[in-house]
Design a protein around this ligand. Sequence first.
Ligand SMILES: C[S@@+](CC[C@H](N)C(=O)[O-])C[C@H]1O[C@@H](n2cnc3c(N)ncnc32)[C@H](O)[C@@H]1O
Length: 241
Amino acid sequence: MQNNNSESTNTQSCQTAVMVSAAKIRVLNLYAGLGGNRKLWKDCEVTAIEMEQDIANVYKKQHPNDTVIVGDAHQYLLNHSHEFDFIWSSPPCQTHSRMMKATRHKKKRFTDMSLYQEIIFLTHFFKGKWIVENVKPFYEPLIKPNVVLGRHFVWSNFDITDFEIPNIKGFITAGTVAETEKLKEWLGIQYDGNIYYKGNHCPGQVLRNCVHPEMGLHIFKCMRGITENVIENQISLFAVS
Ligand SMILES: C[S@@+](CC[C@H](N)C(=O)[O-])C[C@H]1O[C@@H](n2cnc3c(N)ncnc32)[C@H](O)[C@@H]1O
């Protein structure tokens, strides 16, 4: 009788353990863009937030199983962060970029502080794993990044090992049809024609906005290394109880 009980308890523990290990990580992909960072992720349930409909359409075509919401990522973070295990945020980089100080940029703009609002919010009010990425800014960053990966400054609450993927030749200026097609090929993101980001006349801009898929995968794997340990710990706790 006692043996049966302990057997049934063990079976329950195993079932619980299987349920825990089989649960897919719920990922919130903020400022999703064309989905460069997300392209190579597997075994996860992704909700992607993107403001521009035509960009969101390309994303959705590549990842039909993701939930894609056209809306404001900043507000979505505030309202929904507790529904996710992992949050990736890529706020727009234009007002942080060194290009802000280029002489041909005559339009005066304030630097968008939502980048730092999100880092502070995630640090203090989010219990899962998170990462915020942006370009190297033209000023001393107000919060020191945890790691610099190539052209990206990265803030996160897990360790990310070094990784660099060299840009293709002419990455910054690529704007002709042929160069835009090369950028698509480099990223493995295909769509017909051109998408112009916020009145920018360069068809390459929306592609230059992307994190390279290999970089996205590298960061995702670093995050999962920790998540998988958490799951393993939970399994061993179940097995003991
Ligand atoms: C740097 S790109 C994202 C790149 C993406 N992480 C990738 O790897 O492909 C930023 C994107 O955020 C979008 N965006 C800008 N402001 C937004 C907002 N308030 N809410 C949602 N998306 C926004 C832009 O349209 C742009 O596609």
